[in-house]
Design a binder for this molecule. Structure first.
Ligand code: XMP
Length: 326
């Protein structure tokens, strides 16, 4: 009989057997998988785990704080935070091509992670316990997708920014390798992780950068963050978190349209809502949201986010559309 308590006990034993007295490093992305994988390893090895959170400045409102504050409060994990927002923004300056954004973010992510991991390794050398292991939140579907196998050669890299830097010499600890997403969530809840993290919907590694159509700037990120927070709050309040697989909110930064507000003409940007229902993100259908909910979201965004004067709804399935706009 599957139950989260048994899986936790079993994985803790396995992790202890694998790791011995060595130290372990884990990258936290802000997502469910890395959060649960790290919490399992922490259960097993305690202070010998150090987590690294590269804050690339592309997360949604409050998400970085939820990792730095709530996750640490719930787990007591050692966390090294790297505030890399300036570095990522500088690297993304003037970049509007989606694949160039992904490559740039992936490259900067690996650089920042390697530097932080090297510091953890140096601290381990001082303590006399070498850092030999890296935790990855690989799930069973990832294993299948990448053709199975163990070690470091088969980690999916197609678009996972949290992917393994290729030349880091760590042995992998992958406590979620046999599990599906809903099982991982159940384990996270059993471990007492914050619901805002455990219940989090899928969010791409490159973050809000691929939800700004056009170049990424600090102001545009702030505009998108505020619109996105309104959408998330309204969808949750309407009780739709279960029904919706994810709802990208996209800022068409390179498009302007004319509007009117009060006595004045506006010339602002559109926000696109992309609510989808899906089992696995391979295919998706656009979610039929109630019209009064759409009206509320539209009113709030256009009233509360000055740069936005139009809200539009994406009614395309996948295929032919993808879930993200970039
Ligand atoms: P698409 O847009 O291809 O998205 O229909 C399918 C799923 O993958 C997520 N996605 C990404 N995840 N890095 C990620 O970690 C990426 O570059 C990326 N692009 C898309 C998307 O959010 C959806 O869940």
């Amino acid at each position: 009989d599957w139950n989260p308590g048994n899986v936790i006990a079993e994985q803790v034993e396995r992790i202890r057997a694998q790791v011995g007295d060595a130290r372990v490093v884990c990258g936290l992305s802000g997502g469910v998988d890395s959060a649960v994988a790290a919490a399992l390893v922490q259960r097993a090895v305690g202070d010998r785990l150090t987590c690294v959170f590269i804050d690339h400045g592309l997360l949604r409102q409050d998400e970085a704080e939820q990792v730095e504050r709530d996750y640490v409060a719930a787990t007591g994990v050692n966390l090294k935070v790297v505030d890399a927002a300036d570095v990522f923004l500088a690297a993304l300056d003037g970049v509007s091509d989606p694949e160039t954004k992904r490559k740039t973010i992936g490259r900067e992510f690996i650089r920042a992670f390697e530097r932080a991991a090297a510091e953890v390794v140096a601290e381990g050398a001082e303590s006399g316990e070498p850092v030999r292991f890296l935790v990855q939140g690989t799930l069973y579907p990832d294993v299948v997708e990448s053709g199975g196998g163990t070690g470091s050669a088969n980690i999916k890299s197609h678009h996972n920014v949290g992917g393994l830097p290729e030349d880091l010499e760590f042995e992998l600890v992958e406590p979620l390798r046999t599990l599906f997403k809903d099982e991982v969530r159940a384990i996270g809840r059993e471990l007492g992780l914050p619901e805002v993290i455990v219940g989090r919907q899928p969010f791409p590694g490159p973050g809000l950068a691929i939800r700004i159509v056009g170049a990424v700037t600090r102001d545009r990120l702030e505009t998108l963050r505020r619109a996105d927070a309104i959408v998330r709050a309204e969808l949750s309040a309407a009780g739709l978190d279960e029904e919706i697989w994810q709802c990208p909110v996209v800022l068409l930064a390179d498009v302007r349209s004319v509007g009117v507000q009060g006595d004045g003409r506006t010339y602002g940007h559109p926000i696109v809502l992309r609510p989808v229902s899906s089992e696995d993100a391979m295919t998706a259908d656009w979610t039929r949201l109630p019209h009064d909910l759409l009206a509320r979201i539209s009113n709030r965004i256009t009233n509360e986010v000055a740069e936005v004067n139009r809200v539009v709804l994406d009614v395309t399935s996948k295929p032919p559309g993808t879930i993200e706009w970039e």
